[in-house]
Design a protein around this ligand. Sequence first.
Ligand SMILES: NC(=O)c1ccc[n+]([C@@H]2O[C@H](COP(=O)([O-])OP(=O)(O)OC[C@H]3O[C@@H](n4cnc5c(N)ncnc54)[C@H](O)[C@@H]3O)[C@@H](O)[C@H]2O)c1
Length: 374
Amino acid sequence: MSDVKHRVSIIGCGRLGQHYAEIYAALPNTEIVSIVEVNAARRAVVGERFGVKGEYGDVKEMLKEDVPDLGVVVTPTKYMKECVIACAEAGVKGISTDKPIAARLSDADEMVKACEDRGIVFAGGNLQRAMSEVQEAAGRLHAGEYGAVRGAVVHGFGGEISGGGCQYVSVLRLLTNAEVSEVVAWGGPDEAMERDDDDGLIIHGCFTMSNGMVCPVFGEQLTEVNHGVSVWTEDALIEWAWGPPNVYRGFDESGARVKIDPKYTPVEAVGSDYMYTSIQSFLSAVETGSKLWISGHDLRQALEVAIASKLSAQRGSVPVKLPLADRSHCLYPRAYRWLGGDEVGQEQPAEEARIYGFAMVQEMKRKRQQAQKK
Ligand SMILES: NC(=O)c1ccc[n+]([C@@H]2O[C@H](COP(=O)([O-])OP(=O)(O)OC[C@H]3O[C@@H](n4cnc5c(N)ncnc54)[C@H](O)[C@@H]3O)[C@@H](O)[C@H]2O)c1
């Protein structure tokens, strides 16, 4: 990393935005110069918490006053497009967003294009694809360390195929080094198939990848471990199940796979490990032009696969080829992702915004687990 200090604006300072702010506030080469938050009470609390002078209720107001180097968009999905495009038009050098990127495919296209046309780095945000161990496993696979990839499978794709499904599609594309080029899918239950969002929709199917590989997709989780994306070679299995991928190599006397220690390079992260490495990849891309570990383009591709999956299922499991010619197709995520917590009655109280962060979430999880054990 160079000595450059990037001037950052956090746009949308709800629960996830506060995680981002924690990391940007802690890094030596970034400074949060402004926050943009429509909720006035939250804006005041978060601004004070991070010692930020520039507090704005609207992204355009902020851009009129002081264009930052980096615009970190963490609003609910509905508002991401206007924020990303406003930042791009104002000359922000790097913009990041989060998942899902949009509901309508043409909106995602516009965001990607607005950045591409201006040479702006457009990063994807807090996705497992940006975890350093996931990237390291993919790098080893691509270098042929485990032999040629023979197959891939997705486990547990359903539930929210856009909102959470983009995690699966992003890792699958990375590990197989290929695009999804055709989808055949089956979906249910009926009420979820009839709605225009992905809430509760379970999709099973088959993705054909651009390298010819045919990848089965199980909508539901079969076992505790079968939850994510696995790829295999002649004698190895790489299993991403939310976290650093497990690696199996060779077989024991009974013919079962042998789990090996992948000896991933340790990362000293600030806060959440993959949000940290995602941000590092973003900063590096802005400084050196290096490849993003998760990009806006990746999120757009994931949205397209989710839309194609539902379309195929709705039309009687017809093969749907990607890229989709009709960019007006749309799939809404769950209401809290689309509209945010405030608009669906899960408002974050000011007292929580004063302290909410990675450490607090870990502590809440620990307490929940303890209570479950009792
Ligand atoms: N990558 C992940 O792991 C992950 C996890 C949780 C949430 N998310 C995504 O992050 C996004 C935000 O989720 P959240 O849980 O932080 O929601 P949230 O409701 O807690 O926070 C969103 C914040 O944005 C503010 N806001 C709304 N419109 C705005 C605008 N136009 N300009 C500025 N601020 C605006 C709201 O007032 C709110 O404070 C959603 O799209 C969600 O899907 C991703």
